[in-house]
Design a protein around this ligand. Structure first.
Ligand SMILES: CC(C)(COP(=O)(O)OP(=O)(O)OC[C@H]1O[C@@H](n2cnc3c(N)ncnc32)[C@H](O)[C@@H]1OP(=O)(O)O)[C@@H](O)C(=O)NCCC(=O)NCCS
Length: 183
């Protein structure tokens, strides 16, 4: 399974599952989230599990947000966000402090049904603006996913400790200033 979804702009999303619910991730969701995360092929389910356990610790401290999409009692995807504070000695082109969308993954069999869009809407509703996200320029599916929420390109020249981009350049996006409301 490829790390990023294949770019298919002409395919249109079907309807979300009728009982789709977006809710806070619980410790009991970690195995399902890790299984979905591992479908990207760049980590094992066990590595993903440790990462989510650490993330839920940050959620408890108010430093992160972890939501899951659930239907018929099954976790179909997750969307996370984390607060970033530039570390001491960060370079001048360090990304700004604030909330960053940090990872949305939907189970392959459930894609193009509006689940990632629902997870993104729910995260933005929960976070203080401005909200940032960064993406590899080659991940066109992710860029199209975020576009309807009004994100604007801020810069392609930035440093963030979690940002490494292979085969493309990183783009840092931000929600529009107050007064210009995104959808
Ligand atoms: C990217 C990903 C999260 C999208 O999840 P999804 O639930 O299928 O997305 P949605 O159905 O909510 O799509 C909403 C919009 O995003 C865009 N989009 C989503 N997947 C796309 C794709 N493969 N190609 C082109 N556009 C895409 C479209 O604009 C879509 O609207 P439309 O279907 O009306 O055209 C999913 O493919 C995935 O998990 N990929 C692997 C991980 C990844 O790349 N995550 C993002 C970076 S962390």
């Amino acid at each position: 399974m490829a790390r990023f979804a294949e770019y298919e702009p002409l395919r249109r999303s079907g309807s979300p599952p009728a009982d789709l619910r977006i809710r806070d991730a619980l410790p009991a969701d970690v195995p399902a989230m890790a299984g979905i995360r591992a479908t990207r092929g760049d980590c094992t389910a066990e590595q993903a599990r440790s990462g989510f356990e650490r993330l839920l610790g940050r959620v408890a401290a108010g430093e992160a947000l972890a939501l899951v999409a659930e239907a018929r009692g099954a976790v179909l995807g997750f969307g996370c966000a984390a607060r970033f504070t530039p570390p001491p000695g960060a370079p001048l082109h360090c990304a700004p402090a604030g909330w960053y969308l940090a990872g949305v993954v939907v189970a392959p069999a459930m894609r193009r049904r509006g689940i990632a869009a629902a997870l993104t809407r729910a995260r933005l509703d929960r976070l203080a603006r401005p909200v940032y996200y960064f993406v590899n320029s080659t991940n066109r599916a992710s860029i199209d996913l975020h576009e309807p929420f009004g994100f604007e390109e801020l810069t392609r020249s930035f440093w963030h400790p979690d940002a490494t981009f292979q085969g493309g350049v990183g783009i840092l996006f931000v929600t529009p200033p107050a007064g210009r409301r995104a959808v």
